[in-house]
Design a binder for this molecule. Structure first.
Ligand code: MN3
Length: 241
């Protein structure tokens, strides 16, 4: 190869590298790298599925960007490290949670942070809001009396969670629906949680989830959240549970 061909090829390789690192499909490559670092079941930051500004004006772009790319990415990284330290890289996340009381606190805190945010992003959509349909609506009416009553109960659980934590809509083992709230990054799949079951809907009430736009007005953030709830995603979780 002459010098000119060599330079041309190197330039193409460089462009290829830059392009590849900015393409969505390469998250798989990043995932494989992460798996290499944390065993075969490495946990990866999921795609958000919409832009940082997609939930404006209800949830602002800056909050979304910092929340996803700093907070959630941090939990994901620390969760992988905690799983590796504990020699639990072969475990499924649900098995880790169902015995979380027996594991180091890094699994509880960072595993919760990893899982809860994933569910939170998938509970919201720029096309969200309104009311659930069909079976889920019936189930909500059966458990809470009305959709409005459910909303009040959930909003209150979110507003009154002292300090940092989450509020949940949970499908319990008997098939009923309950609203609960948990501290820190705990969730309804964990054996240390009072109301256990399958989480269907989650709202993050840590200050980092709303402070930039709403400051101390957590209840304004909770009211705005209803405009972006993706009821189709919640219904599909309900139907699978
Ligand atoms: Mn958060």
């Amino acid at each position: 190869m002459d010098k000119r061909t060599f330079l041309k090829n190197s330039a193409l390789l460089t462009i290829g590298g830059v392009l590849a690192s900015s393409l969505p499909g390469t998250s798989q490559a990043a995932g494989m790298m992460l798996k290499g670092n944390s065993g075969k079941d490495g946990f990866t930051l999921p795609d958000l599925g919409y832009g940082f500004d997609a939930l404006e004006p209800h949830i602002d772009a800056m909050t979304m960007e910092v929340h996803y790319s700093k907070h959630h990415a941090g939990y994901t990284r620390k969760f992988n490290a905690a799983v590796m330290d504990a020699g639990l890289t072969d475990s499924k996340i649900k098995d880790l949670f169902s015995k979380v009381s027996q594991h180091p606190s890094g699994i509880r805190n960072n595993g919760g942070g990893y899982f809860n945010h994933k569910l939170f992003w998938k509970s919201m959509s720029p096309k969200g809001g309104g009311e659930p349909k069909a079976e889920l609506l019936k189930a909500i009416e059966k458990s809470f009396g009305s959709f409005e009553k459910f909303r009040e109960t959930f909003s209150k659980a979110a507003a009154t969670r002292f300090g940092s934590g989450w509020a949940w809509l949970v499908k319990t083992r008997d098939g009923g629906l309950k609203v609960s709230s948990t501290a820190n990054q705990d969730n309804p799949l964990m054996d240390i949680t009072e109301i256990q079951g399958k989480p269907l809907l989650a709202i993050d009430v840590w200050e980092h989830a709303y402070y930039l736009k709403y400051q101390n007005r957590r209840t304004d953030y909770i009211s705005a959240f209803w405009n972006v709830v993706d009821w189709d995603a919640v219904a599909s979780r309900y139907n699978k549970a």
